[in-house]
Design a protein around this ligand. Structure first.
Ligand code: ZN
Ligand code: ZN
Length: 156
């Protein structure tokens, strides 16, 4: 991934200052791990990854820093239909949407200009300024990997 961590740090620092949150090295450590994480992750997943890398950042700090990072738009907050909040890097990335397989759990990303256009058109029509959108397609993969995974789950 080609992201400018320094610029992201600068943006986060500005946000923390503006909102009168404490500026701590732990928060920037969470930022680095979050932006470097490939794909979508839950707060616990990130916490475990940091812990396994001998980080001393507490679970509570991971949780509340992720919320701050989402609030200042460096991360996107996602909900893929389970009772679990996930995050992914938004900084320096193109907006995209998701296909979620309810069978094997895989999540595919896609970018579709037609969706961006619809978001813009609807917002204009209804007098709204969009800051983001979420478009999820739920269903089942049509490849054989997915069916294999389903059989494994049934056998275990
Ligand atoms: Zn699948
Ligand atoms: Zn995504």
């Amino acid at each position: 991934m080609n992201i400018d961590l320094n610029a992201a740090h600068e943006e986060f620092r500005r946000y923390l200052k503006k909102e009168k949150h404490r500026i701590t090295p732990e928060r920037f450590e969470v930022l680095d791990y979050a932006l470097e994480f490939e794909g979508h992750f839950g707060a616990d997943e990130l916490f475990l990854k940091m812990k396994n890398n001998n980080s001393n950042v507490s679970r509570a700090t991971v949780y509340n820093t992720l919320e701050l990072l989402a609030a200042c738009d460096l991360l996107a907050k996602r909900n893929f239909g389970e009772n679990k909040t996930r995050y992914e890097a938004k900084y320096g990335r193109k907006s995209h949407d998701h296909l979620i397989c309810t069978n094997c759990g895989s999540i595919k990303e896609f970018s579709e200009p037609a969706i961006e256009k619809i978001v813009k058109e609807i917002s204009e029509k209804l007098g709204f300024e969009p800051t983001g959108h979420s478009f999820n397609i739920f269903g089942k993969c049509t490849n054989s990997n997915c069916k294999m995974r389903q059989n494994e789950q049934n056998n275990s």
